[in-house]
Design a protein around this ligand. Structure first.
Ligand code: AMP
Ligand code: MN
Ligand code: MN
Ligand code: MN
Length: 292
């Protein structure tokens, strides 16, 4: 089909969300329908370190006439910080990328075992089985699955409290892992013909101002091209800050809700503010990779 959408700043693009193949609660098909119902005009599924849901998402989106991009959100260690890189328009069949993601899921598995051990030591039993119950995809265990178990068993009132008390960086059951490097991550994305985007940079509070700056300059040097400016994790002040930074560094701007579930997410699919008019929207450069 020919292009039916204007790839400008007014496009209701939502290029970041999660299905039950990672730590969301909806199937890719349910997400496609929700996106369509909410007026999304260009959609990408970006599960953490997992592309198993992309085929279903693509088929569902195409059946709904919803333009679609493949995606994944990759976990990386940069300096002292876990950061996330969203890859858009990737060839999900690319072997090197697939093997890389498999390697990260193994790190996740080992981390989850250690986290469960930390809970045991605190006298909170059954978190391994509990988290697994919530992980529809046993290949992908996230802190969110632990949080859901803690809420279900009445130990925490909500996910936010579970992160604040136990799971957040520096809290008793947080386990620091060596994820992959930014360099490796960007290498895989480039090989798979994707475009790399720094996800929700406003969240990287462990980085000093200098490190934060360095993250951006290294990202550019390594061939990274995009940054999430409008995301569910950013405040209005962050929108301004990252608009300025994107302009200064010539980065293309992305927009995504980071939707996980109706109960847990602040912002629904497609319900974000539009991209500021002064930015260069990343979808302009993804034109050839969009599936209609
Ligand atoms: P993981 O990828 O296993 O390290 O888990 C990170 C995920 O946990 C994020 O993608 C969010 O979905 C969720 N998360 C992180 N911080 C919080 C928080 N403070 N409250 C609720 N969920 C959070
Ligand atoms: Mn998540
Ligand atoms: Mn993220
Ligand atoms: Mn995310």
């Amino acid at each position: 089909m020919n292009q039916t959408i204007q790839l400008d700043n007014y496009l209701n693009a939502d290029l970041h969300c999660h299905s039950l193949y990672s730590d969301g609660v909806c199937t890719p098909s349910e997400l496609a329908k929700r996106a369509k119902d909410n007026g999304v005009q260009l959609w990408a599924l970006t599960d953490h370190d997992e592309i198993a849901g992309v085929d279903e998402a693509r088929v569902a989106a195409q059946a709904l006439g919803l333009p679609f991009l493949s995606g994944v959100e990759i976990t990386v260690t940069y300096a002292v910080q876990e950061i996330h890189i969203v890859a858009l328009g990737i060839d999900v069949k690319h072997e090197h990328l697939r093997l890389g993601l498999e390697q990260i899921r193994k790190i996740r598995y080992d981390r989850a075992r250690l986290m469960a051990g930390a809970f045991d030591k605190l006298g909170i039993k059954g978190t391994w089985e509990g988290a697994l119950e919530f992980a529809s995809n046993p290949q992908l265990i996230s802190r969110t699955h632990f949080a859901r178990f803690l809420v279900e068993s009445g130990i925490c009132k909500d996910n936010a409290q579970a992160f604040k008390k136990y799971l957040g960086d520096g809290k008793p059951c947080y386990v620091r892992s060596n994820w992959i490097s930014l360099k490796e991550c960007l290498h895989w994305i480039r090989e798979a013909n994707g475009i790399a985007v720094i996800a929700h940079p406003g969240r990287y509070k462990r980085l000093s101002k200098n490190q934060h700056r360095q993250l951006f300059t290294e990202f550019c040097t390594l061939g990274g091209q995009g940054v999430e400016v409008v995301t569910g994790s950013h405040s209005p002040d962050d929108f301004i800050k990252y608009t300025e930074l994107a302009r200064e560094l010539g980065l293309w701007a992305s927009r995504g809700s980071d939707y996980h579930s109706a109960q847990e997410s602040r912002i629904d699919l497609g319900r974000l503010p539009l991209l500021p008019a002064s930015l260069d929207p990343i979808w302009k450069y993804l034109e050839k990779r969009i599936l209609y």
